[in-house]
Design a protein around this ligand. Structure first.
Ligand code: ADP
Ligand code: MG
Length: 722
């Protein structure tokens, strides 16, 4: 009945009027873009000439902001924010929960004579002290000890969040303990960018570049998501509490017709997307692309790439705006990696590259063999880093949600391999097998280096199954989960590449010192790396079961579950690489590991409790009713076939009750396991399978039970009726 009601309400829904503010509708994209951001344009207007230029220099080149500069920036920022209606400000940060956090303070203060004034000081800007003792710290900080504090990150611009009843100034910040330990996801990201910059510049200097002052990583995350109508969502406790459906029979039609991908966007969804784009443009998020994805009710939004720090903030903003706007349009947004069994999950393709301060993409093949040798140095170093630290990359994207996706036949698998395309493969093979010790420019051209500029993107981008694919001038890390912060994937990637570049620079420098030419030195360093990292290169179909066997032969790790995958954080070489580059200390790594374990346990625990509640209080009563109906309908009939049907149903219900009991018994054991690693393993190996068995049984019942009784909105409804 509840389901029918929902369908009726949804059918009656119309988009009655535009949801974007009248004032905004005539505006061009360039007029809207960044209007709620304290960007260069607004800074110039609200800061003095001198302050503006000092701040710009620090934003672009790094450096310390002193108290007087902070005071003036704060005052300008406040004027701007107030002119736009802001009453409150907040440090906006990324604690280890994976979400963002904010604690608002008003600008209200009093002057000496007790009159109310609006005040926002330099120290308000630079540092915040939220009573944030309840955020996970993994033991880095006890609750009775000092609180953590937030520190302004001037490299990511402040922005205004408009609510229905007011405006808040948000200041992107880091979150640290008083000892300076990172308690957030952004601090290590900034540290990793620093380290990568230093090492990349060393390589550029070897190739004769004198002008570059900074190298940063660029990221363009493509965000996938599902939309379901709120009426369905509110009738599914599993979606509300866990973000995914814990029950639900496969619908007669799934995604096999492939009629959704790039299909025309329904009016109701388009209205939602238009408002999302509008809100994001105001916040300076350079959204570019929107389309239907492969699965029914699945969509994607992708921005133009940016500096990875800003891209990380912006991706977080994208997820928040999606949520907010969805609700206004009577949709619920599902960012979970696998909201529907048997239907594609959602990921985040993390497009990653390196850009120098002269504006060159270092992963773009150049015009000359010399340029291409430099390109190859960065290219091969990245592949080598993925080879050496594939386990760490896998760990960086591990979560209970992503486990459902990696390893299913749709998303990049848990085996991390690199796809580079035919042309680059043949170039690497040429280089590797080149016996002649001739390293003059002409000999190097013969190896295929002059051909690189002809690579065209469409040729390299065909393999959609690879978790780490080179796509013309960037690598695309596709195993990131749709709900995750992209920070861990990126600080890991930055760190491991920085580490390899450091080694490469050390070696080339010393070979040159010993009298060898640049070409020869570079080749001598790269050739063994090409050879050694060959096992990680895979051009075939990553979904093919044969690949699993092949990867095993090659010695590539294949960690299918989070408990196994995150254990690799604690492996010596992996701890060392973070420590060596000052990205994470040993304590910070082990605290992160503890938090991930804890989160895994809590997530599966909530899922199991939720599954039991639904099974016992929603599904079982309905099945009993249907069983009764069957029994009473057939009691007066003496027909074998009908009796069999009833018996079959009765047996199914009994089986369901058994499965409930089994899951309950398993859950009874969890508290006796003290050790967190063992507990995580228990949830992985005992609880999840018991949940799956319960689900399988419930899904059979769904297919046999009177449709008008079934309490949970069905897949066919959630995915197709909106
Ligand atoms: P697709 O992968 O769907 O074919 P594109 O290759 O055009 O689409 O781009 C996908 C994403 O990659 C976009 O978000 C884009 O901004 C980003 N991207 C493009 N170039 C770079 C780069 N140099 N660094 C990081 N991201 C990039
Ligand atoms: Mg892509």
């Amino acid at each position: 009945m509840l389901r029918e009601e929902a369908i009726k309400m949804i059918t009656e829904r119309r988009i009655l009027s535009p949801t974007i503010d009248e004032k905004m509708r005539g505006k061009t994209i360039t007029q809207i873009y960044g209007m709620n951001v304290f960007n260069e344009k607004n800074m110039e207007k609200f800061l003095s000439y001198k302050v503006f230029h000092s701040l710009q220099k620090i934003i672009k080149e790094g450096g310390v902001i002193d108290a007087s500069l902070a005071e003036e920036v704060a005052s300008g920022m406040k004027e701007w924010a107030i002119s736009r209606g802001a009453t409150h400000f907040t440090h906006w940060f990324h604690p280890l929960t994976g979400l963002t956090a904010e604690k608002h303070d008003s600008f209200l203060s009093f002057d000496r004579s007790g009159h109310p004034i609006e005040r926002f000081s330099g120290s308000n800007l630079i540092q915040g002290e939220p009573d944030a003792s309840s955020f996970p710290s993994g033991g880095l900080r006890s609750t009775f000890e000092a609180r953590g504090y937030t520190a302004w990150d001037p490299s990511s611009p402040a922005f205004l969040v408009e609510g229905i009843n007011g405006v808040t100034l948000c200041i992107p910040s880091l979150f640290l303990s008083y000892r300076g330990d990172a308690l957030d996801k952004k601090t290590p990201l900034l540290r990793s960018m620093e380290s990568l910059s230093i090492q990349a510049i060393r390589i550029l200097r070897l190739f004769g570049n004198r002008s570059v002052t900074r190298v940063w990583t660029t990221v363009g995350p493509e965000q996938e998501y599902f939309l379901v109508d709120k009426e369905y969502f509110n009738r599914r406790p599993d979606l509300i509490l866990t973000g995914r459906t814990l029950f639900g029979a496969k619908p007669p039609k799934g995604q096999e017709m492939e009629d959704h991908y790039f299909g025309s966007i329904r009016e109701r969804v388009l209205a939602f997307m238009q408002e999302v784009d509008n809100e994001l443009l105001k916040l300076g998020v350079p959204v570019k692309t929107r389309h239907n994805e492969v699965a029914p009710s699945q969509f994607e939004i992708a921005p133009i790439f940016e500096d990875s720090n800003i891209a990380t903030d912006h991706n977080q903003i994208v997820m928040e705006v999606l949520r907010k706007v969805a609700s206004k349009h009577n949709f619920a947004i599902l960012l979970h990696e696998k909201p529907f069994a048997g239907i594609n999950g959602s990921g985040k393709h993390n497009n990653w590259s390196l850009c120098d301060s002269d504006g060159n993409n270092l992963l773009d093949p150049g015009k000359t063999p010399h340029d291409n040798l430099q390109f190859l140095t960065f290219f091969i170093s990245t592949i080598y880093a993925v080879y050496k630290y594939g386990d760490l990359l896998r760990a960086s994207i591990a979560s209970a949600g992503n486990d459902h996706r990696l390893g299913a036949n749709e998303a990049p698998p848990a085996i991390i391999s690199v796809f580079i395309g035919e042309q680059l493969t043949s170039i690497l093979n040429n280089i590797e097998t080149n016996k002649s010790p001739d390293y003059t420019d002409s000999a190097i051209i013969d190896l295929g280096l002059s051909k690189i500029p002809s690579i065209n993107k469409d040729q390299t981008d065909r393999n959609r199954t690879s978790p780490f694919a080179f796509t013309g001038n960037k690598f695309e890390f596709r195993a990131v989960g749709s709900s995750q912060s992209i920070a861990p994937a990126n600080y890991t990637l930055n760190t491991i590449v920085a580490d390899v570049l450091k080694d490469v620079a050390d070696k080339i420098e010393s070979l040159i010192k010993s009298g060898k030419s640049l070409n020869q030195s570079v080749m001598e360093v790269l050739i063994p790396m090409i050879k050694e990292s060959e096992p990680v290169r895979f051009e075939g179909n990553n979904y093919d079961p044969e690949w699993e066997k092949e990867a095993k032969k090659r010695g590539l790790p294949n960690k299918k579950t989070t408990p196994e995958a995150i254990a690799d954080f604690m492996v010596k070489k992996n701890v060392e690489v973070f420590v060596r580059h000052n990205v994470l200390s040993e304590e910070e790594i082990s605290s992160r590991y503890k938090i991930l374990l804890e989160q895994y346990i809590k997530t599966v625990n909530i899922e199991a409790e939720c599954a039991l509640t639904i099974a016992k209080t929603m599904i079982l009563p309905v099945c009993m009713k249907h069983q009764n109906n069957l029994l009473s309908a057939t009691s007066a009939i003496n027909d074998k076939i009908q009796k069999e049907l009833v018996n079959k149903y009765v047996a199914l219900v009994s089986d369901f009750i058994t499965k409930i009991t089994e899951l309950e018994r398993a859950m009874d054991k969890k508290d006796s396991i003290e050790d967190e690693e063992k507990k995580a393993e228990f949830f992985c190996k005992e609880i999840l399978p018991a949940m799956n068995r319960l689900r399988a049984c419930a899904d059979l019942l769904e297919e046999e039970t009177d449709d008008s009784l079934w309490p949970l909105p069905k897949y066919r409804e959630m995915l197709f009726v909106y």
